[in-house]
Design a protein around this ligand. Structure first.
Ligand code: SF4
Ligand code: SF4
Length: 241
């Protein structure tokens, strides 16, 4: 299991916090959270926001700043910011400041709060992920000072992160369904076909966006195309796959 994911799973119950739970934290903008980082995973929305902020198209942004791999547990394509050098500095940290401050990935904007959905991967509900399945965690705070008190609700509001985040729910619904299918079927699919499928998923879900158009309808279309493709595969006789 990915080490960061394992850390969250191992500490999940003790790190959980309610929306109205409070914590003391004030960011002193030291930039330390942008080094020793190998876990800044980008959603397609993060990628589009960051690409726009850097005046690049998503494929060029990925080439310049990211790396892609197949998740060890999820078995779906993952895009993460590619750390630089022995100190594993985020490639977007320049002069101790985030180059895309206004468009930073949600995981950076929300720190020290984290957001997760609880999904049983083997009995995924086809109705999708519901907002009642969203849970919050408070990462251990080892930086900044404690001069401010916040609730999770106020913290999210301050960073314009909606509680009913339609994209977040649809993204997790999509990846839960994809992950469930691939983990069940991967071994039955020839390697070259599986590689083509992963490439199609990667391009459709992460790269195929017009940055001048609204993001969510494009994501919905791309996610539907990808899921339709996998539904068609499910209907093929064993010998055809
Ligand atoms: S995206 Fe910005 S805030 Fe996030 S780790 Fe990189 S430099 Fe830091
Ligand atoms: S979140 Fe913490 S480590 Fe990051 S800039 Fe603020 S105080 Fe520094």
């Amino acid at each position: 299991m990915d080490p960061r994911l394992k850390e969250i799973v191992d500490n999940y119950d003790s790190w959980k916090i309610s929306l109205d739970g409070s914590f003391r934290f004030h960011c002193t903008e030291c930039g330390k959270c942008c080094i020793n980082r190998e876990d800044i995973l980008l959603t397609p929305r993060d990628l589009c926001n960051a690409s726009k902020a850097m005046n690049m198209l998503p494929p060029a942004f990925v080439n310049a700043y990211c790396e892609c791999y197949i998740g060890q547990d999820s078995r779906i394509p993952i895009v993460r910011l590619k750390p630089i050098g022995s100190i594993k500095r985020c490639p977007l940290l320049k002069d101790r400041k985030c180059s895309i401050h206004q468009a930073k990935p949600a995981v950076c904007a929300m720190f020290p709060v984290g957001r997760a959905v609880t999904i049983d991967k083997d009995s995924y509900n086809q109705d999708g992920v519901l907002s009642s399945q969203i849970q919050y965690i408070l990462n251990p705070i080892t930086c900044g000072d404690q001069s401010e008190t916040h609730t999770v609700r106020d913290w999210l509001n301050a960073f314009h992160i909606p509680l009913e985040d339609e994209f977040f729910l649809k993204w997790h619904s999509c990846i839960a369904e994809l992950s469930s299918f691939i983990r069940k079927e991967e071994k039955k699919i020839p390697e070259h076909v599986m590689n083509d499928l992963w490439t199609a998923v990667y391009i459709h879900l992460y790269l195929d966006y017009d940055l001048s158009a609204e993001f969510l309808p494009q994501f919905e279309r791309n996610a539907k195309d990808v899921l339709d493709l996998f539904h068609q595969l499910k209907e093929l006789p064993e010998s055809a796959s």
